[in-house]
Design a protein around this ligand. Structure first.
Ligand SMILES: [Zn+2]
Length: 416
């Protein structure tokens, strides 16, 4: 017996929806419309009349409450979001999903790539899924579980609500966005006109995961202007911007770099340098979960830039630094029930809650600051942006169960 959510998932991953960096248009790639159009049709087939596909490739649907108007008004309008695109870091074209039946531990050999195995040594969480069927790619592409697992879970939940009218629910909104992977998932979305109270992205990560925290982020550059002249006659004249840059780089703390940190640890990250004697430039970013510590890190960069300026008074050193996004936790914490209900929903599905932090930005972070507090609930996809991506079928099913539970918890808590 296959499940509805698995059938949907296998269908969606075969549709090529890779997004593209540095494109001005939304969506960044036209082929994302191919999946969007299918989803619109499927929603209409499910009887969701209020389904639209915007010119920017957003699928937006409203499922009216099946309660009386009076009751429905007491229930917050929840929006579930997933993203259509897959990461440009790996090919997402011609995905051939494979199903490993009844996984019994050990390495999973990917069918069309003899060099690649998914191993429990590398991904210990794999061992939690012994006895489950596991979906992988054939090893030549990514799988696309990020975020087609989320989309499949949302679609299967809606289908379940439609075929089980005894499950009472408030008004529910569905949004499928393009271009999340290139950081532009909400660029073409009018959040206010959605008219939703709260959001949940169903995106990525292991069964049971619930996430409400992202980094606080800042970034900028340091521009060093030196002075060039004939090197044979340069004594006391030349100011070599490259050497000054090298001094500056040393002052970015090595222990607090992306390659040395994990979990709740923040970092400094110089990521591009360019230069000549006349002019050199460092681009960098700074991240921390604690906003006060982010401010301290910003101050630290200002201080050591000043210090270097003092050491080289004849150079001109200009620091530009700007905050880019803020930890969504501050907004989500204003509505404690958002996380409480999600935790309860996961527990009711019979699985443990795994609270994690997102070491990057997400659509949820931007939505939270645009008035739609939006934590993230697991879809079950793991090792994403990689040919070693996989999705345990049980995780897909638990994602659906969690969504249905959550919808019911909102009803229980609002009208009983
Ligand atoms: Zn994702």
């Amino acid at each position: 017996m296959t499940s509805d959510v698995l059938d949907r998932f296998l269908k969606y991953v075969k549709i090529h929806t890779t997004s593209k960096e540095d494109e001005k248009s939304i969506p960044s790639t036209k082929h994302q419309f191919n999946l969007a159009k299918i989803l619109v049709q499927e929603l209409k087939d499910l009887g969701i009349a209020d389904t639209v596909l915007t010119e920017n490739c957003y699928v937006i649907a409203t499922i009216p409450s099946n309660l009386s108007d009076e009751e429905a008004q007491k229930i917050p309008i929840i929006c579930f979001l997933g993203h259509l695109d897959t990461s440009p870091e790996e090919s997402g074209e011609n995905v051939k999903p494979q199903i490993v039946k009844n996984y019994q531990g050990g390495d999973i050999q990917l069918l069309n790539n003899p060099d690649l195995v998914i191993s429990p040594q590398e991904t210990p969480a794999l061992l939690k899924f012994i006895g489950s069927d596991i979906v992988t790619s054939d090893g030549t592409t990514l799988l696309g579980g990020d975020d087609k697992a989320g989309i499949a879970a949302i679609m299967a939940s809606i289908s379940k609500l439609k075929s089980n009218p005894e499950i009472k629910h408030g008004t529910i909104k569905i949004v499928f966005t393009p271009d999340e992977e290139v950081g532009r998932g909400v660029d073409g979305l009018d959040v206010e006109s959605l008219n939703a109270d709260y959001g949940y992205t169903i995106d990525g990560d292991e069964m049971g995961v619930l996430e409400s925290e992202t980094f606080n982020a800042a970034g900028g550059d340091i521009l060093i202007s030196g002075f060039n002249c004939h090197p044979g006659y340069a004594k006391d004249k030349m100011v070599n911007a490259i050497r000054i840059l090298s001094d500056l780089i040393q002052l970015f703390p090595v222990n607090e770099s992306p390659e040395m940190t994990e979990g709740y640890e923040g970092y400094y990250h110089p990521y591009v340098i360019s230069g000549s004697v006349n002019e050199a430039k460092i681009k960098f970013i700074i991240r921390d979960f604690d906003y006060t510590i982010l401010q301290e890190k910003i101050q630290e960069v200002k201080d050591f830039t000043d210090e270097i300026q003092k050491k080289y008074p004849s150079a001109k050193i200009k620091l530009t630094i700007k905050e880019s996004y803020k930890n969504m936790k501050y907004k989500i914490d204003e509505v404690p029930e958002l996380m409480e209900y999600a935790e309860e929903a996961i527990k009711r599905s019979g699985i443990p809650v795994i609270k994690k932090v997102i070491r990057g930005g997400t659509d949820g972070a931007r939505l939270s600051y645009q008035g739609l507090p939006t934590p993230n609930i697991f879809s079950g996809a793991m090792n994403f942006h990689s040919k070693k991506e996989f999705v345990p079928v049980i995780a897909l099913e638990k994602s659906v169960e969690t969504i249905i539970n959550l919808i019911q918890i909102f009803v229980e808590k609002s009208i009983e």
